[in-house]
Design a protein around this ligand. Structure first.
Ligand SMILES: *Cc1c(COP(=O)(O)O)cnc(C)c1O
Length: 497
C-alpha cells in the first residue's frame, strides 16, 4: 500500500492528458444570452480535438501541484544577481486590480480614464525626480525595450543635427548582453571598452576610443560587477565633450535609489526596470516595464505617448491626457506600456515615500556587503572592494583544486531550498557566481545562506561528486542543458513521456 505522500508524488508527475477520462467535465457553460446561430460549415471544424476531460477538483489539484514545482520569491531565498528578486508586496497587486485600473480599455475616451492617466503622469514625475532627469516615457515593455528606445533616440538626435557619421557606441566588457544587442538593433557599431583592474572603466582606453565617429556610450551603473564606477564623472565628461550621448543602463537602481541621480552625473538618457527596483513578479512570474527617462538633450525624442497634466476644467478638476513628444521616435508598442506593472510600481513608490526609498538602497547595499564579508576566503573575490547591491564571487579555486564548478555550486544550492545565483556572468569573471540578496531578506535568511555556501565549499573539497550530481531531492535531477536548449520538448504528444 503506498502512502498518501507517495501517491501525491506520483500524481504530481501525471500529465493532464493522462488524468483524462472520457465524459468527465470540469466546467458548466453559462446560459446562452445571445441569439443562437449555426456553426460554420464542416470544413472549418475538427472532429477529433484532443482535449483533457477532467473534473473541476482534478484540475484544481493538477494546477496546485504543478505550481509547487515552480520556485519563486514567495517560496524562498532567490539571490539571482542582476535580477533583483525582492519580495513583491501584495498591496501592489490589490491596487493594480482595482476595477478602475484593470477594467479599462486603451481606446476608451480619455475623459473616462482620468484616474489611470493621472497615475501614469505621477509615475513619470516620480521617476524623473528619482533619477534627476527631465522627462519619461513609460511605453517600453522591458529593460531591453527601454534600451532600444534610448538608442533610437540617440540616433534621431545625431541625424537631426546632420551628424550622420556617428556610428560607434562604446560598451564596457562587463555589460549585460542586451546592451550591445540594443545598440546594434538601432543601427550602431558596437565597440567594446575594457575595465581596469579595479573593475572601473579604463579611462585611457576610453580616451583612445573617442573620435568623430562616436555616437555614444552605454554604461551600467552600478556595473554588473556590483561596483560603483568611481571614474563615472570623468567617463560622462569625456563622452559628452566628444559629442557623444551617454546612455545609462539603470536596470537595477536598488543600490542607488534615493541617493544618486543619473541626471547629476551627466547622463543623457537611461532606462529603469520597474520589475526589478520597483517590485513586480517577473521572470516567469509576469510582464515588466522598462521606462526610458531622458535629460534635456533627448527629452523631445521620447517614445509616444507620454501623460501630461493640462489646465483645470470648469469644475476645477485637473485634466490629464496622453500626448506625443514633438520629435518622438514613435511607438514601442500598441499603446502606453504594461499598465498593470506601472500601477504596481506607482503603489510601491507611494507606499515607501521619500523616507522609505533611500532605505531600499541602504539595506540592499548592507545586505550584499554582509554576504561579501562572510564568504570572503571561502570563494574567490576577483574585485575585493565594497560592493553595491550585489557581489560577484568566483569558483575558480574550487574548480582548480577540486573540480567543482560554479554550475555545481549552483545546483547544490537547490538541494538546500535556495535558488541558484546568476552564473558565468559577467563574462569577464571566470566561474562567476553573482549574488544579489536584496533589501527584503532578514539577517536569519542571509546567515542560513552563508552557512549553506560554506558547507558547499567544504563538500566540494570532501566529496565533489555530491556537487556534480546535484540536485538530489528535486522532481527532476541534473538536466542535460545542451539537449534541453537544442531539442526542447514543449508539447504534449500521445505516447511521449
Ligand atoms: C535585467 C537587465 C537588463 C534587461 O532587462 P529586461 O527587462 O530583462 O529586458 C538590462 N541590463 C541589466 C544590467 C539588467 O540587469
Amino acid at each position: 500500500m503506498t502512502t498518501l505522500f507517495e501517491r501525491n508524488e506520483s500524481e504530481r508527475r501525471l500529465l493532464l492528458m493522462d488524468r483524462s477520462r472520457p465524459g468527465r467535465l470540469g466546467t458548466t457553460l453559462p446560459r446562452l444570452d445571445v441569439p443562437e446561430s449555426d456553426l460554420p460549415d464542416g470544413s472549418m471544424l475538427r472532429d477529433d480535438l484532443e482535449l483533457p476531460e477532467v473534473s473541476e477538483g482534478e484540475i484544481v489539484r493538477y494546477f496546485s501541484q504543478i505550481s509547487q514545482l515552480n520556485f519563486s520569491i514567495d517560496h524562498n531565498f532567490y539571490p539571482l544577481g542582476s535580477c533583483t528578486m525582492k519580495y513583491n508586496p501584495k498591496l501592489n497587486d490589490e491596487i493594480a486590480s482595482l476595477p478602475g485600473f484593470s477594467d479599462i480599455h486603451p481606446l476608451q475616451p480619455e475623459g473616462t480614464a482620468q484616474g489611470a492617466i493621472k497615475l501614469l503622469w505621477e509615475l513619470q514625475e516620480y521617476l524623473n525626480e528619482i533619477t534627476g532627469m527631465a522627462g519619461c516615457s513609460l511605453a517600453p515593455m522591458a529593460g531591453a525595450d527601454g534600451e532600444l528606445a534610448g538608442m533610437l533616440m540617440a540616433r534621431a538626435y545625431h541625424l537631426e543635427r546632420g551628424d550622420d557619421g556617428r556610428k560607434n557606441v562604446l560598451i564596457p566588457d562587463s555589460a549585460h548582453g542586451t546592451n550591445p544587442a540594443s545598440a546594434a538593433m538601432a543601427g550602431f557599431e558596437v565597440v567594446s571598452l575594457p575595465s581596469d583592474s579595479n573593475g572601473n572603466t579604463d579611462l585611457d582606453a576610453l580616451r583612445d576610443s573617442v573620435d568623430d565617429n562616436l555616437a555614444g556610450l552605454m554604461i551600467t551603473l552600478p556595473s554588473t560587477l556590483g561596483l560603483f564606477d568611481t571614474n563615472i564623472l570623468d567617463v560622462t565628461r569625456i563622452v559628452r565633450d566628444a559629442g557623444g550621448i551617454v546612455y545609462g543602463d539603470g536596470a537595477n537602481l536598488n543600490a542607488i535609489v534615493g541617493r544618486v541621480k543619473f541626471g547629476d552625473l551627466g547622463f543623457d538618457v537611461i532606462h529603469s526596470n520597474l520589475h526589478k527596483t520597483f517590485t513586480q513578479p517577473h521572470g516567469g512570474g509576469g510582464p515588466g516595464a522598462g521606462p526610458v527617462i531622458a535629460g534635456p538633450r533627448l527629452v523631445d525624442y521620447l517614445p509616444t505617448p507620454i501623460a501630461e497634466r493640462g489646465e483645470r476644467d470648469g469644475g476645477g478638476d485637473e485634466r490629464f491626457s496622453l500626448k506625443r513628444p514633438p520629435k518622438t521616435i514613435g511607438r514601442m508598442g500598441a499603446f502606453h506600456g504594461n499598465f498593470g506593472a506601472l500601477a504596481r510600481a506607482w503603489a510601491y513608490i507611494r507606499t515607501l515615500g521619500r523616507e522609505g526609498i533611500p532605505q531600499i538602497s541602504e539595506d540592499a547595499v548592507i545586505n550584499a556587503n554582509y554576504v561579501l564579508s562572510q564568504l570572503r576566503g571561502f570563494y574567490d573575490l576577483p574585485y575585493d572592494r565594497s560592493c553595491m547591491h550585489e557581489v560577484v564571487f568566483s569558483a575558480s579555486s574550487l574548480r582548480r583544486e577540486h573540480g567543482a564548478r560554479a554550475l555545481d555550486v549552483a545546483k547544490r544550492l537547490i538541494d538546500y531550498g535556495i535558488h541558484p545565483p546568476t552564473m558565468y556572468f559577467p563574462l569577464i569573471v571566470d566561474e562567476a557566481l553573482m549574488i544579489e540578496p536584496t533589501e527584503t531578506e532578514s539577517k536569519e535568511t542571509l546567515d542560513f545562506f552563508i552557512e549553506v555556501m560554506k558547507t558547499i565549499a567544504k563538500e566540494a573539497a570532501e566529496d565533489p561528486d555530491l556537487l556534480h550530481d546535484a540536485p538530489h531531492n528535486t522532481p527532476n535531477t541534473r538536466l542535460d542543458e545542451a539537449r534541453a536548449a537544442r531539442r526542447p520538448d514543449l508539447r504534449w504528444r500521445r505516447g511521449s513521456e
